[in-house]
Design a protein. Structure first.
Length: 135
């Protein structure tokens, strides 16, 4: 599985999670560890959005995606994580390890995922699904 497929799968898993909660409009936070001008970051976001669209989640209609970009500065990543948490999304996705750590420090109440590795993603997905099932 290549990185683009993994990111699209992440979008699909997040969408499935949101659908399982059976409400009309949902909000996803995305914390990127890359600069907004980074072509790789743009490609990841495009793949993520495509994964959501493939599952009939349309931005502005039944889902809102809030993206915050990092610049490699740990303090900025932590500040962006706190900002995303304050928006109270249903789920937050981190692009790699530093954003995932910042999200873990910022909240444990909001399910968060990282698309850094399939194994970590599966573990986070399992944890988040148990939290959602309990609420």
């Amino acid at each position: 599985m290549n990185r683009r497929e993994l990111i699209a799968l992440t979008g699909g898993m997040v969408a499935w999670s949101l659908a399982a909660r059976a409400q009309q409009s949902r909000r996803i936070g995305v914390l990127m560890g890359l600069s907004q001008n980074d072509p790789e970051g743009q490609a990841r976001i495009a793949a993520f959005r495509q994964g959501l669209q493939d599952l009939k989640w349309t931005e502005g209609s039944n889902i809102r995606v809030d993206i915050r970009w990092g610049t490699g500065d740990a303090a900025a990543v932590r500040a962006n994580a706190a900002e995303l948490v304050s928006l109270a999304p249903d789920v937050i996705v981190g692009s790699n390890t530093p954003p995932a750590r910042a999200l873990k420090q910022a909240t444990q109440a909001i399910p968060s995922f990282s698309w850094a590795s399939p194994i970590r993603l599966a573990m986070a997905w399992s944890r988040a699904f148990r939290i959602q099932a309990a609420t």
